[in-house]
Design a protein around this ligand. Sequence first.
Ligand code: 5GP
Ligand code: MN
Ligand code: MN
Length: 330
Amino acid sequence: QTNTTLPELAAALLERDDFVICGHVSPDGDCIGSQLGLMHALRSLGKRAVCLLAKDEPIDVRLAFLPGADELAPAATYAGPASTFVAVDVPMRDRMNSAAARLLDACDFSVTVDHHAFDERMSDLAYVDPDTAATTMLVWELAGLMGAERGAELATCCYTGLVTDTGRFQYQNTDAAALAAGAAMVEAGADPAAVARHIFQNRSLPSVRLEALAVERMRFGAGGAYALSWVNRADFEDTGAVKADAEPIIDALRSLRGVRVACMLRDQGDSVRGSFRAKDGTDVAALARTMGGGGHKAAAGFTLPGSMDAAVERVSALLSDALDTGERGA
Ligand code: 5GP
Ligand code: MN
Ligand code: MN
């Protein structure tokens, strides 16, 4: 779906003056980091740039420290000028929500900068590199190509996306390029310890309590090759947790010895939201696609209509099927 190069993309952006920058629903560190990073880069070039939330939802409070985060506003209520739409960390309309998609259609030029492998192309110009660990690495490079100021604000936003999407430089996408980019961002003023304090040493008590419930009801299958758990609506009420508080739980499951694939399910009322993480060569994006979802080979997600009980049964069967037979990966 890529139809341009980063230098070409940089040149196209330099020709324009008014930007709206959008990401995906339930924005993570890479999404918000890419949006705000690109905003700072464009503004340093004297351009108008605003960052919009695909959906009217609160961002993870742990990301609120990012410079410019206080300016984030929902796409649905945006009434300002928009001529160029930039989608970051999101490959398709489905992951953006209708308000953002309408804005995309209303703009006279659109651009995608992303690292999700996906067949659809929604923008005039798209640069998509699935081998890049984080979208913020592309934003960082793009900023350099545009001659933007690569100062501490941009560096902090980009480093945050990189450290979250690589799971603190632990996941399979961590390579020399990711570490080199991280080093460059730190040289430019990103503070790794400060970012880590904001993101990783900053969990809410309800989040840890929610994790305790999930760990308690954890299920294993395929001889311990997968771990599966879930959180219900009642769990959120009982602990006082909010949606973002559920996000770190899957790391507890994947950290277990012998576990090759971890799965967390979250009750959304009439549907169930699921996440997969793979520690071996299992392609969990392919598994997620069989349920209408997608993502990266080692980190993917999906949404299943129906009850939690039905989702647990379906996903257990799928994982047993995928992991029971044969040996696999590292
Ligand atoms: P998470 O489990 O953190 O929600 O998502 C993990 C990865 O899978 C992210 O890179 C995300 O973009 C992708 N992903 C999550 N849910 C979906 C989905 O429903 N569809 C697609 N195509 N990708 C998803
Ligand atoms: Mn990303
Ligand atoms: Mn993301």
